[in-house]
Design a protein around this ligand. Sequence first.
Ligand SMILES: [Zn+2]
Length: 265
Amino acid sequence: MVMFNKKYLWIVAMVVAICGIVTVNTCCSGDDDAAVSATEDSSQFVTLTDAVPDAILEIRYFGTYNFVGKRIDGYLQPTALLTKRAADSLRAVSDDLKPHGYRLKIYDAYRPQMGVDHFVRWAADIPDTLMKQYFYPDLDKSVLFDQEYIMAKSGHTRGSTVDLTLFDMATEKELDMGGTFDWFGPESHPDFCGNPETLEYTGDNSKSPRGRSITSVQFYNRMVLRQAMLRHGFKALDSEWWHFTLKDEPFPDTYFTFPVKQLGK
Ligand SMILES: [Zn+2]
């Protein structure tokens, strides 16, 4: 049994007050299971398009075409920020894919905690189903917390996570991934209808509650993105084909709170 006396607790309170560090326990699994501290310091971040000038931005949370249907708190400008290390790795992905006719299309990168808090508030407001038909038609909104579609902490706030797809310069369109970014459902899992380890398309759509499916081409398109990201130091998430985190992320225990806008302005 561990006993704390009042003096010990007082010392802890003083350390927290002096250092300005807020320590919280995260509530969820996935890549968000570490104790973390918060900071407003953006000095280790870069503007994504400065590091990856070939990238195309479509910052969904700055606009209203997202699962909430409104601009998300903390997105003050339609730009994307990343830690320098993550941005450098993303540049390598872009350089790898560009000769094949693809460009990276970025939906989100660094996400301030106030944006995550906005998602949590929205998820608790069950009657607000403004965008249900486009992003979660098969789900009752009340399960979003239980099934971890919405969590109180996100890897994005650590600054080395990016949501993206591929843009095909030949067709002038996004590559067909068989589903939209931020679709809430098993159809977004990288192993939907195939095996992302062996790259084999199986067509197994048994996890889809409505019997939805993706074609072999759509599955392989997801794999082109995934393989390129894995080749350059990112790890995938098992629930979202568009979400990747730098394996060697520089701030694994820190979440950031500054808003998304041009750095230094
Ligand atoms: Zn993401």
